[in-house]
Design a protein around this ligand. Structure first.
Ligand code: ADP
Ligand code: ASP
Ligand code: MG
Length: 413
């Protein structure tokens, strides 16, 4: 029997009527002959509320206790979901991450999945049960509860789909698919029918919160068909697939703005071998994830170095660079928190010219100043002031016609 994994996000299980609606989706799949595994997130804004509860007691809570706390949100959802199915006369059983041996590393609040006991799930499915698994959580090798990072229930779902060899992983959410940019930030954004793993991986890593980036990574690695769709409407959503030749025809597939970030610069570091290694070893030691590193030689004696980090790593990063400042003879350190990163992503950039020109011209026309620029094969990112981010995103969406479906944009250019 074919297996399908259905993941329901927080808004899709926010109250009893939404859980019932989600349960009906599950029953539909059962009636269509599937064995169904459901992955559920915490209801509504519960994770945010639990974080606020923790902060009220301790602004710097121990990360182990944070995971212990946050995992309870998903645990409530799955038991309620199983009860809803039971009330509809369907046999369901709920599990926490630990109960299905979702083993992760020990990095609290941002753990990575190492293995899943697929046999436990298969056994329940073969007994005719609908299996409901708590998203976002696992246990480490010492049985401590861990969580996978905000939005991590998507990753639970895709990882389970991979482990079970599921036919498809459906991500049910409050939008009816993946759009060219967040429709909450640009109301005219167009829905994308199909997107490649590589593009959505970049977009998700650059702030497109519609799917967890590690879920996409799993999907690509283990060939999981991922379908992002609406939990309230029937129509098809967006399929995440491997690249097909016509995808290259679209130059820019999507745009993002990322605001939860900061830039740290070390000005006037001694220009000698080993200093960059010393700085980044210190940051690695502090478990800080670093992006977009830029080093420029100022003279034969001095170099400037800057890098981007997530806002949540700012305190750890500041402490790490201060500790190393004297050792690398750095003249001064600056920190910018008032920034945002605007990016455009598209496979077509590999074979089309003029993308950078269009992006920078759009920003110039909107009178947005660019602090720094970084690129990869399929993306261009600009750091701008946070208070100009919305204006910058709109200018870019208009310039790349992100209000039109890909096929139409293609014809126009
Ligand atoms: P869930 O709780 O179902 O996981 P999320 O809030 O995590 O839902 O993700 C859905 C939200 O992602 C949407 O409401 C939308 O505002 C946002 N989003 C960001 N970027 C995009 C995009 N490119 N396409 C669609 N939605 C996006
Ligand atoms: N409940 C968690 C969060 O809000 C995980 C998820 O929803 O995917 O981040
Ligand atoms: Mg989400």
């Amino acid at each position: 029997m074919a297996i399908i994994v259905q993941k329901f996000g927080g808004t899709s299980v926010a109250d009893a009527s939404k859980i019932r609606r989600a349960a009906k989706r599950v029953i539909k799949a059962v009636k269509n002959g599937y064995q169904v595994v459901v992955v559920a997130s915490a209801r509504g804004k519960q994770t945010d509320e639990l974080i606020a509860d923790a902060m009220e007691l301790n602004p710097n809570p121990p990360k182990r206790e944070m995971d212990q706390l946050l995992s309870t949100g998903e645990q409530q959802s799955v038991s309620l979901f199983a009860m809803a199915l039971d009330a509809m006369d369907y046999d369901a059983i709920s599990f926490t991450g630990g109960q299905i041996r979702m083993i992760t590393d020990g990095v609290y609040t941002n753990a990575k999945i190492k293995s899943i006991d697929a046999e436990r799930i298969h056994k329940q499915l073969d007994n005719g049960k609908i299996v409901i698994v708590a998203g976002f959580q696992g246990i480490d090798e010492n049985e401590n509860i861990t969580t996978l990072g905000r939005g991590g229930s998507d990753t639970t779902a895709v990882a389970i789909a991979a482990a079970l060899g599921a036919e498809e992983c459906e991500i049910y959410t409050d939008v009816d698919g993946i759009y060219t940019t967040d429709p909450r930030q640009f109301a005219n954004a167009a829905k994308i029918k199909e997107i490649s793993y590589d593009e959505i991986l970049e977009l998700a890593s650059l702030g497109a919160g519609v799917i967890h980036n590690r879920a996409v990574g799993f999907g690509k690695k283990y060939d999981v068909k991922i379908h992002v769709r609406s939990s309230s409407e029937e129509q098809e959503g967006t399929l995440i697939t491997h690249e097909v030749p016509q995808m290259e025809g679209v130059v820019v597939t999507g745009a993002t703005v990322q605001e939860e970030m900061a830039k740290i610069g070390l000005v006037g570091v001694d220009n000698v071998p080993g200093n960059a290694a010393k700085i980044f070893a210190r940051l690695a030691n502090a478990k800080v994830i670093v992006n977009d590193i830029v080093q420029t030689e100022v003279s034969s004696e001095k170099a400037n170095l800057s890098f981007m980090i997530g806002a949540s790593d700012l305190n750890a990063a500041k402490k790490a660079v201060k500790e190393i400042q004297d050792e690398v003879n750095c003249e001064h350190i600056f920190v910018r928190e008032d920034i945002a990163e605007i990016s455009v992503v598209g496979l077509g950039m590999r074979s089309h010219y003029g993308v950078a020109d269009t992006m920078f011209s759009a920003l110039a026309k909107a009178k947005v100043n660019i602090d720094s620029i970084t690129t990869s094969e399929i993306r261009i990112s600009c750091i701008v002031s946070k208070d100009e981010a919305q204006k910058a995103l709109e200018a870019i969406c208009v310039a790349f016609e992100l209000d039109k479906p890909g096929e139409e944009r293609n014809k126009a250019s």
